[in-house]
Design a protein around this ligand. Structure first.
Ligand code: AMP
Ligand code: MG
Length: 486
């Protein structure tokens, strides 16, 4: 009865891949599941309806206590380069419940995170704490609203059990949805099987699921590399656009679909500094803001290595053609970045001085510790707070040049403003706001600040007069530090 009302339509295909790639395993039931937050809008978007389902039943479903009919829980195997070092990983605390098909035939993974141990847990507890799960919910939903491709969050359920970290914390299960969870690391795991049939099965599966247009290609593996490269160029430019720093761009955290995945130590940059790093474990700045495109390329090289045996039986030839694809990365990135930055400044047409104009602004921001998001808001006349930094003579000189450039070829200023509004967030989930709202929820049982932030973030591009608190950059001397989501 329950199932009918909800509208689940499971069609589980990943579990038909060779056994080597996954383990069939159910979540471990929890003591006392309770809804913390449930994304009814997202449920509706994927044609699920929980409006007539009792809260206790929703909590039972999304904690893993009562699996929906048609689900077939699995954990996926994968490997990955973590900070450059190759490791065998896999879903250590994740259960994929199944693939739900929406009315317009979109296939979506429904996945629980923090749902108990799996064969890939490597002595860890398979559980997650409430704070980090709320953090993933907040940031992934913000990214979606900032128009960055991303996995999304459907629910956070408290388990009623503690998880033991440095201290005892409340346990929680997050439900994440994604167009798939196939990662570069999934291909790396298939490669080390040394069984070409497994690698080929994964390639076919991926193409079928994400890029069916390649089904009849003469060189599907090479074309997959090209397409994933393009997707990742777009993705990393989107991160650069909104000042997002992923923090842990290991190859197991890079999807083949081009969606952002795994919100652990990620955070948004406030003052513009290309060397910004937030993660406590990223001591050498491998995943700094500025390094993100370089690391994207590095990860794509690892992806290419996995595809080599499928590109050509002649390994020399494989290396040669794959290298030619990878060689295009710098140019493709540069072009996409320039296009993105021109949009942020409302620049139409081609002018050979554009790059210089952009770089000059970024250099000024860096030198003066200007807030990245707010500088573009200021230029759009959408900054609700008064910041005297924009009276600086060097900035005023730059602004004059920019205004002259805007009028190039009689371009309309309205059109420029429109494209700027599409490209520049008025609001980002600022670190201090995220932290405060999560602390309130996790320690004081008060979700109001999270709901407020989600409400404002829902429309980060549209102007709203009540947002000055969310635009403030706390001029705190203390460096903001993030930790891997445990
Ligand atoms: P991440 O840093 O979230 O990308 O995770 C890296 C690896 O550690 C993945 O294989 C996770 O499944 C695993 N992992 C992280 N936390 C836990 C946990 N509490 N229990 C089991 N496995 C975990
Ligand atoms: Mg991960």
């Amino acid at each position: 009865m329950l199932e009918k009302k909800i509208g689940w339509k499971f069609d589980n295909t990943y579990s038909k891949l060779p056994n080597y790639m996954l383990s069939k395993i159910n979540p471990t039931p929890v003591k006392n599941p309770e809804i913390v937050i449930f994304n009814h809008d997202l449920a509706k978007d994927i044609d699920l309806d929980f409006s007539k389902i009792r809260k206790a039943d929703i909590a039972a479903i999304f904690s893993g206590n009562k699996l929906p009919k048609g689900s077939e829980a699995i954990s996926q195997a994968y490997a990955g380069h973590q900070f450059g070092h190759f490791t065998i990983l896999g879903d250590g605390r994740v259960h994929m419940v199944g693939e739900h098909i929406t009315k317009n035939k979109k296939r979506i993974d429904i996945q629980f995170k923090g749902s108990g141990q799996t064969p890939y847990s490597r002595n860890a507890d398979g559980r997650a704490a409430l704070g980090p799960m709320l953090r993933e919910y907040l940031i992934s939903e913000s990214m979606y609203n900032l128009r960055v491709p991303t996995t999304r969050s459907l629910a956070v359920i408290k388990t009623g059990e503690d998880v033991i970290r440095e201290k005892n914390l409340k346990g929680a299960v997050l439900t994440r949805i994604a167009s798939s969870h196939i990662r570069v690391g999934t291909f790396q795991y298939a490669l080390i099987s040394k069984d070409q049939k497994i690698l080929k099965a994964l390639l076919d599966y991926t193409i079928n699921r994400h890029y069916p247009e390649l089904k009849h290609s003469e060189s599907p593996a090479l074309d997959l590399l090209k397409i994933v490269l393009d997707k990742q160029v777009e993705l990393v430019c989107d991160w650069m656009r909104v000042g997002f720093i992923h923090g842990v761009m290991n190859t197991d955290n890079m999807t083949i679909s081009g969606e952002t995945i795994d919100y652990g130590p990620c955070a948004f940059m406030d003052n513009y500094d290309p060397n910004t790093v937030f993660s406590s474990i990223d001591k050498l700045g491998r995943y700094s803001y500025f390094n993100q495109p370089r690391i994207t390329k590095w990860n794509l090289e690892r992806f290419a290595e996995c595809l080599l045996p499928l590109i050509d039986i002649d390994s020399k030839k494989s290396v040669e053609v794959a290298s030619n694809v990878l060689k295009e990365f710098p140019n493709k990135y540069k072009n996409q970045w320039l296009k993105m930055m021109k949009n942020k400044l409302g620049l139409f047409e081609e002018d050979s001085n554009d790059e210089e104009l952009i770089v000059e602004l970024l250099a000024w921001m860096h030198k003066n510790k200007a807030d990245y998001t707010n500088t573009f808001c200021y230029l759009m006349n959408k900054l609700e707070i008064n910041d005297k930094i924009y009276k600086d003579q060097e900035f005023l000189n730059w602004e004059e040049k920019w205004k002259v450039r805007l009028k190039y070829k009689n371009q309309s200023l309205e059109k420029s403003l429109l494209i700027m509004k599409e490209s520049n967030p008025i609001i980002i989930p600022r670190n201090h706001v995220v932290e405060e709202s999560i602390n309130h929820a996790a320690e004081k049982n008060d979700m109001s600040k999270i709901f407020q932030l989600l409400n404002v973030i829902k429309n980060p591009i549209k102007y709203n007069s009540d947002i000055s608190d969310y635009q403030k950059n706390p001029i705190s001397k203390k460096k903001y530090v993030t930790y891997c989501g445990t």
